[in-house]
Design a protein around this ligand. Sequence first.
Ligand code: AMP
Ligand code: GLY
Length: 418
Amino acid sequence: MEVLVIGGGGREHAICYSLKKNKDISKIYCIPGNGGISDIAECYPEIKATDLEQILQFVKDHKDIAMTVVAPDDPLALGLVDLLTENGFRAFGPTKAAAQIEASKVFSKQLMKKYNIPTAEYEVFDDAKSAKEYLKNASYPIVIKADGLALGKGVYICPDKKSAIAAVNDIMLDQKFGKSGNQIVVEEFLVGYEVSVLAFCDGKTIIPMETSQDHKRALDNDQGLNTGGMGAFSPSQRFTEAEMKKAYDDIFLPTMNALNSEGITFKGIIYFGLMVSDKGVKVLEYNARFGDPETQPILMRLENDLYEIFNLIIDQKLSQVKLKWKDQQSLCVVIASGGYPESYEKGYEICFGDIDEDCVVFHAGTKKVDGKYYTNGGRVLGVTCMGNTLAEAREKAYNNVQKISFTNMHYRKDIGVK
Ligand code: AMP
Ligand code: GLY
C-alpha cells in the first residue's frame, strides 16, 4: 500500500520518517517534499501543497494510495481533506470547518469564550479606526493578532500605544498579511512560561502527546524576530503531570466538546499553545496540525505506529490507542539560512559529516540535485538527537550541528538551555 504526504518541511520529513517504519507501506509520495524527504519518498516539487485540484488528480491517478496525510495549515484551511473525502479517498487531517481553530483567531477566541476555556481577555475589531480608539485607554503591554494565517508572523507584542497603533496600521491599513488582517484580535498580555501540547483527536477521544517546547525567536536569549521555530525539545522540564491532568479537564476535552457542540467533528492533531502563569494555564493559540519543529523531537520519542493511529482517527476509533514513549529526552536544533526570517539567499551546497546513529537530520528548505543537497528555504535542517537527560540530548545535537556546513548558516546556540 502507498501513502501520500502533503507538505515539504522538517515536520513532513519527520512524518515520512515515522510512516516509513510501517512495513506494509511500500511507497511514500510527498507533495512537494524536499531534498531529504526525496531519500525516503517520491517527491513532486512542481506541485504546490495548495493546488487542491492537482492533488486530487494525483490521488486519482495513483490507485494504490491508501491515505493522504495533510500536514500544513494552508491546504487544511482550503479544505483539501474535505475535497479528498468527498471524492471517496481517505485523508488524514481536519476538515476546513475544523481547521478554523487555527485559520481564524476570531473563531477560536469566540469558541473559547463561549465554552469557558481559559484564554487571554480580548476584543475583536474589523476596522482600524475603532481599534485605535480602543487602544487609547488600554493597558500595556498588549497583544495584537491578525485574524487569519500569517506564517506565524501575525502576532505583535506591543509595549506601548505607539507600537500598538503601528501594528494596527501594518495589519489593517498596509494589509501586510492580505485578507488575514481584515479583522484583528487585541488581547491581554499574559506572563508565564510557554509549553506546547499536541493531541491526537478523532472527535470522540482526545489523547495528548508528551509536551514540547518551541523556541520562536530567531536569536539567542529570545532576541530577534519571531520565526516558525528555531528549535524544540520534548518533554518540557517544567509542566507537571498534575498540570497536564488539569489542562486535559479544563482545556483539551472541553475544546473537542465545544467543537462537537458547534457541529464540527475534529479529526486530526490539535496543537495547544499554552501559557502557564500564576493564574493558571491559558490557551495562547490553537493549531490544527502538527507543529514544526516540535514534531521532530516528539515523533522521535513516539513508539506507536503512526500510520495505525492515523487510520484509527479517520475511523473514530482512537480510544483503542495507548501511546508509548521512549523514556528519553529529544532535542532539535534548527539550522537556518542567514537572514531568515527576513530575506536570505538559497542554493548553497550543504556538506554533511558522519551524523551519530541516534540522531536524525530532518530536512526543511533543501533540494537534491545530482546527489548533492542545496539550501532552498529559510529553515534548512533540524538536527534532532536523543539523550538520557536534556543536557545530553542538547550536547549531542550541537556536536552534530558542528558536522554540517553551508554558506551563511545560522542557528541558535541556546536551544533547551532556559
Ligand atoms: P501565537 O501565534 O498566537 O501563538 O503567538 C505567537 C507568540 O506570541 C506566542 O508563542 C507567545 O510567545 C506570544 N503571545 C501570543 N499571545 C500572547 C499573549 N496573550 N500574551 C503573551 N504572549 C503572547
Ligand atoms: N512551531 C510553531 C508552529 O508550528 O506553529
